[in-house]
Ligand binder design. Structure first.
Ligand SMILES: [Zn+2]
Length: 144
């Protein structure tokens, strides 16, 4: 799904990518635009809680490959597609369930004040991003 959205962004804007200095297709620019689309949508899936402005980030990464007069359209395409991708990612079931079918979630609270929805590591109940909290807890338990 995200791969399709990424492709769709690229296809929608590919003809606007600046030509190389001989007026031909700039393969490097095309590859970089595709790569940026893939990477940012991938990050949306793997790092949803901490990826604050995905559309803006992607736009900033690729805008240099487009002439000024097509950047407004570029932004519109990216913004629309990233909104769809974000809704899709948010609609996914929470990752990981325990043996009773209850979702397993990281024990941490995010900066937004919501529960972290990532899958925790089995040994301490915190996801990879919140491992530092487990360490703090360990230090506190030694001190107590
Ligand atoms: Zn977490």
């Amino acid at each position: 799904m995200l791969q399709q959205i990424s492709r769709s962004i690229y296809r929608s804007v590919a003809t606007d990518i600046r030509p190389d200095r001989f007026g031909g297709i700039d393969q490097t620019a095309h590859m970089r635009v595709q790569k940026s689309c893939d990477e940012n949508l991938g990050r949306l899936l793997s790092d949803r809680e901490y990826f604050a402005k995905p559309a803006k980030t992607l736009f900033q990464e690729v805008r240099a490959y487009f002439p000024l007069d097509s950047q407004q359209r570029l932004w519109a395409v990216i913004d629309r597609h990233v909104a769809v991708a974000t809704r899709y990612v948010d609609s996914l079931p929470k990752t990981g369930v325990d043996i009773q079918g209850n979702p397993i979630e990281c024990r941490a609270t995010t900066r937004r004040g919501t529960n972290c929805r990532r899958t925790p590591l089995a040994h301490n109940g915190y996801c990879p991003s919140h491992q530092h909290l487990a360490q703090t807890e360990h230090v506190l338990s030694i001190a107590a």
